[in-house]
Design a protein around this ligand. Structure first.
Ligand code: 5GP
Ligand code: MG
Length: 178
């Protein structure tokens, strides 16, 4: 089945689970190289990151820790531009190499806000790993060091990403149909 319906919208399959996992392996290899001998703490941004975080972690061979934070700024298919605070970060990241794990960087406001918030906690370094990046949508300069896919300005679901709560369970990625 190559199209699905969620609420009022139809979505067409665009990236298969095999392709996703293959590209995540490529990014994991880069992290393994760049953080050899270090012990980064990966910081997953819930809810959207959970599948990406799991697949990425399975491919990391370096010593690493993972923790999750929650923040949300998205309603339906339009970014509200309203960024909420970072919830759930109880452990210290002072002196640590932090890698944020995000599902998708769209306008960049969420990641800009995260970098500012985490920056006040004196980490040794912070980088971003994002499953998707929509360069055409970026409103603020955000440096995504580990980007798995660069995609056009289209709303996607699957592999952890949702449309109003649905679609996170899909193993493949689907693009909204025009
Ligand atoms: P930003 O602050 O960069 O505009 O928003 C990033 C957040 O918006 C992502 O973490 C994600 O939750 C949501 N988002 C942006 N684009 C999409 C998309 O195409 N599909 C889905 N499901 N969520 C998106
Ligand atoms: Mg997100």
């Amino acid at each position: 089945m190559n199209t699905i319906k969620l609420y009022d919208k139809t979505f067409a399959k665009s990236i298969t689970n095999e392709e996703i996992n293959k590209e995540i392996k490529r990014v994991a290899a880069a992290i393994n190289r760049d953080y050899a001998g270090k012990r980064p703490v990966l910081l997953g941004v819930l809810n959207g990151c959970f599948m990406f975080a799991a697949e990425l972690l399975k491919n990391l061979e370096i010593e690493c820790e993972i923790s999750f934070v929650k923040l949300s700024s998205y309603q339906g298919t339009n970014s509200t531009g309203v960024v909420r605070e970072v919830l759930g970060l109880t452990e210290s990241i002072a002196g640590r190499d932090v890698i944020i794990i995000e599902d998708i960087v769209d306008t960049g406001y969420t990641m800009q806000n995260m970098l500012e918030t985490l920056g006040t906690r004196e980490p040794a370094s912070i980088e971003i790993a994002s499953l998707f990046l929509k360069p055409a949508r970026l409103k603020v300069p955000v440096d995504v060091k580990y980007s798995v896919f660069t995609i056009p300005d289209r709303f996607i679901v699957g592999f952890g990403l949702d449309y109003d709560g649905l679609g996170r369970n899909l193993p493949d990625i689907y693009d909204v149909a025009e």
